[in-house]
Design a protein around this ligand. Structure first.
Ligand code: FES
Length: 150
């Protein structure tokens, strides 16, 4: 039976912990946060608070979250650069269309090794085209990812 991405990550993280027991691995695995968002006419809304991990008096923030919604063919990785600065990247490799894997500062393609920055720029081939990006706006503590360009 083929292993999908979610099962691969779950199994890999479990294997890492079983073999090493290094607490840092647990924290690196646990930072990937998935949500579905709320679909609107022209895009998806997500709560800005989804990035916050610490308590309100001492907040810390995830560097990225992944929006996975049944209405979308691929997930969208949203990177946070600051209070009002985000990028939204289509997690479809621009080489041959494999679904990308995200980490703290980049995305990697499991098929042939292409890598992309957290703004969607190609940093390693064979892909030679940047990722598709979507405009992000902020209103009432919600991010709106404009999907009209899909
Ligand atoms: S499909 Fe991503 S590098 Fe080939």
């Amino acid at each position: 039976m083929p292993m999908n991405r979610r099962n691969f990550i779950t199994n890999s993280c479990t294997a890492c912990l079983a073999l090493t027991g290094i607490p840092a691995l647990l924290s690196s695995c646990s930072i990937t946060h998935y949500l579905s968002g709320t679909l609107g006419n022209d895009g998806i809304f997500i709560d800005k608070s989804a990035f916050q991990t610490g308590k309100s008096n001492n907040p810390s923030f995830r560097s990225f979250i992944i929006v996975r919604n049944d209405a979308l063919q691929y997930p969208i990785c949203v990177y946070r650069f600051g209070e009002d600065k985000f990028s939204a990247l289509w997690m479809r490799c621009s080489h041959q269309g494999a679904e990308l894997q995200a980490s703290g500062t980049s995305l990697q393609c499991p098929a042939h090794g292409s890598e992309f920055s957290n703004t969607g720029k190609v940093t390693n081939g064979p892909a030679d085209t940047d990722l598709r990006t979507f405009p992000v706006s902020i209103e009432n503590n919600q991010l709106f990812i404009d999907l009209r360009a899909i």
